[in-house]
Ligand binder design. Structure first.
Ligand code: BGC
Length: 699
């Protein structure tokens, strides 16, 4: 036997297993005692309160699977354990970096902490495309574009798995809103799906080779995602040749037939009506409705991922270098900050004598997003503010403030300025304080939580606060800490707006770094920023206000025209386009040269023509495909340049982005293909055309 080939090892181990052992690997529990659960809490003895646990088989060296959330650090959402972990910035911040190396570094960092805590599966790799600016989980994901989300998601997964920890790309597919997520039927045509959300998964899986894929809660075209034969057997396993295993989301299995439809493992089984993949599955097997081949296949998929990733290496708790890890969080936060507007007031100069900081808990820390991905940060939360409400995710509905105070960081970086703080709750008092300062910085927060969707308006009167402060002082900077785009009725009244997302463990320092110019902003929007929800393909959120359990259908008739593609197709302008982000220097793009047919290559030079070092994000868009106007990001590159420096960039295009999904594969029609370099999807520059011959690509 080849001892290094994970498939051969998996087959050899599987052959030695009894049927009972095989079934044992096919279901796991959430090792947290739950009222009304039919699982004996004694089973949890010695297992930490993590998201998932699958019992291993010591006689064959098969390890327990100890599964923890998620993409922003080792989660500990309701502090059931004592451990604290490095809180990475939100997924949207990571995506805003447009920096695959940083996505890898973040993944490696959280993978290393996962292993040091003694766990070997990280339920990390959320890449559902942002189809609605109200989705309560957009903050966990990587924006609206399949190439960007696929590359960054894949790199993060690679980083995690470099630490011998299995990553889990999720939630396949179209889990694009939280409202009624358990009963929502996402309808989409095959081409639209393959060219958008599925393409993001496909790219992430190619790059990252995650050990597992997690199915979504929702239905896709009439069938639950976790029991969706087309998604799991045809697309994932047949077309993409995915060799790992498919696990369910927690509480997403409604029937034993999901096994033959491609689901390999039932997770958090006590959240379902039954432990379907135990006795009921055994009965199906005994009755001949589940074959021995399928049983072996599911087991081999789990084993081969364990071996391929090295998750069977002994788990020994190890000390963590939190200072080093905080540096990764800080760099990600700084590179992820997007300067949306700047009328020349930033960076803050030495001449500023007094600053009024207002709102957003800026005295104690930065906002974070809630739900299963919530990390208890190093140092513990600075404050936990109960939100309350109803619904199954209710225990997660608390605002956790990460202890990295922008106020303190600004005081440290601007020692000569007199910096005061006002909570912003008493609006007249805050405005009066702002009137006395050279400049006011309003911190505005929008908290988001898994299980709920939000609106686009800033909550709790913050629009009025900003309006009143801007009446009192003409020099207002707004720093947003939000999980999604928000409407800005006050935009014309303020001098600068900076989106810091949920900036994580060192968020306060990163915000100060960018405000003071210590770091030149280089973040770019990974999603379009609509004026308001009327610009969305579906201005009304389906099912809002309906009781849990109500079936609802969402017709994703925009297909792959997600985000900027939707705006382009409808000739609309958002408030800020995808890819937008200002800097304190300027970049010029030279002329665009295109070569090739089978392999299309773009070349151009980028020059830093300003006075400060900085990083540009060159974006290449396909704008016309064989006579059809389109807009698709086909390549991007972040380039750091000194003032006056010029660098040549070479981008090789992914042919799927030049093609359309036609029937059962990709087709590139013959004709002229026009491309444009962009500062953003809404600001296109140098163009060039290449002629391509017709070709077909297999799925
Ligand atoms: C979420 C998953 C998560 C799981 C385990 C579910 O509610 O949708 O993303 O991994 O819980 O905590």
């Amino acid at each position: 036997m080849n001892t290094t080939d994970p498939d051969a090892r998996a087959r050899a181990t599987e052959a030695k297993m009894t049927d009972d052992e095989r079934f044992q690997l096919l279901h796991g529990i959430m090792p947290i005692p739950m009222p009304g659960s039919n699982i004996d809490p004694a089973l949890f003895g010695g297992i930490p309160a993590i998201a998932g646990y699958v019992r291993g088989i010591p006689r064959l060296g098969i390890p327990d699977l100890l599964e923890t959330d998620a993409s922003l650090g080792v989660a500990n959402p309701t502090q059931l354990r004592h451990d604290q972990a490095t809180a990475l910035p939100s997924g949207l911040a990571i995506a805003s970096t447009f920096n695959p190396e940083l996505a890898f570094a973040g993944g490696k960092m959280i993978g290393s902490e996962t292993r040091a805590f003694g766990y070997n599966v990280l339920l990390s790799g959320g890449i559902n495309l942002a189809r609605d600016p109200r989705n309560g989980r957009n903050f966990e994901y990587l924006g609206e574009d399949p190439l960007l989300a696929g590359i960054l998601g894949g790199e993060s997964i690679r980083g995690i798995q470099s630490q011998g920890v299995i990553a889990t790309v999720k939630h396949l597919s179209l889990n694009a809103q939280e409202t009624l997520r358990n009963t929502l039927d996402a309808r989409i045509d095959e081409a639209g799906h393959r060219e958008s959300d599925l393409l993001a998964f496909e790219i992430a899986i190619e790059i990252g080779q995650p050990g597992s894929v997690m199915g979504g809660y929702n239905l896709v075209n009439g069938h639950y995602a976790c029991g969706n034969d087309h998604l799991l057997n045809t697309v994932l396993k047949r077309d993409w040749g995915f060799p790992g295993w498919v696990m369910s989301d927690w509480g997403a299995v409604h029937d034993v037939t999901y096994f033959n439809a491609g689901l390999d493992q039932q997770s958090g089984a006590q959240l379902d009506r039954q432990i379907w993949f135990d006795e009921p599955l055994k009965a199906e097997y005994a009755a001949g409705r589940v074959s021995g081949r399928r049983l072996s296949d599911a087991v081999c998929r789990i084993l081969r991922s364990i071996y391929a990733v090295g998750a069977d290496r002994p788990l020994t708790k190890a000390p963590i270098d939190f200072d080093a890890n905080a540096r990764v969080a800080r760099q990600t936060a700084a590179e992820g900050i997007v300067l949306l507007k700047n009328d020349g007031i930033l960076p803050l100069g030495d001449k500023i004598r007094s600053i009024a900081i207002i709102g957003g808990y800026a005295d104690i820390g930065v906002m974070s997003g809630a739900g299963s991905s919530q990390v208890t940060p190093v140092g513990g939360a600075a404050a936990i503010i109960p939100v309350g409400g109803t619904g199954i995710m209710n225990t997660h509905a608390r605002q956790s403030i990460v202890p990295s105070s922008p106020l303190e960081a600004l005081r440290a970086q601007l020692p000569h300025a007199d910096i005061t703080y006002d909570s912003g709750y008493n609006i007249p008092a805050a405005a009066a304080r702002a009137a006395k300062a050279d400049l006011a910085i309003v911190f505005a927060t929008q908290w988001q939580c898994e299980g709920y969707d939000g609106g686009m308006a800033l909550p709790q009167g913050q629009d009025i606060l900003i309006e009143e402060v801007s009446r009192a002082n003409p020099n207002v900077v707004v720093v947003l800490e939000t999980g999604n785009p928000v409407s800005m009725p006050w935009l014309d009244r303020v001098k600068a707006v900076m989106e810091a997302w949920y900036p994580g463990q060192k968020g306060g320092d990163a915000i100060a770094d960018v405000l003071t110019g210590k770091i030149n902003p280089s973040g770019r929007l990974p999603l379009s920023w609509p004026v308001d929800v009327s610009q969305n393909p579906r201005p009304l959120l389906a099912g809002l206000g309906e009781p849990d359990g109500t079936m609802v259908t969402v017709d994703y008739s925009e297909g792959s025209d997600v985000g900027y593609r939707w705006f382009a197709a409808h000739g609309q302008r958002p408030l800020f386009p995808f890819g937008h982000g200002l800097t304190y220097t300027c970049f010029d793009h030279g002329s665009l040269r295109l070569t090739g047919d089978d392999m299309v290559v773009a070349q151009f030079v980028v020059t830093n023509s300003g006075a400060r070092p900085g990083a540009d994000v060159a974006q290449l868009y396909l704008v016309n495909a064989a006579g059809k106007p389109v807009q698709r990001l086909v390549g991007f590159q972040k380039i750091t340049l000194l003032p006056g420096e010029t660098r040549e960039v070479r981008l090789i295009m992914d042919r799927r982005l030049l093609a359309d999904w036609t029937g059962d594969g990709w087709t590139i029609a013959s004709g002229e293909y026009a491309f444009a370099l962009g500062q953003s999807a809404g600001e296109l520059g140098p163009r060039a055309v290449v002629t391509l011959t017709e070709s077909r690509l297999n799925p």
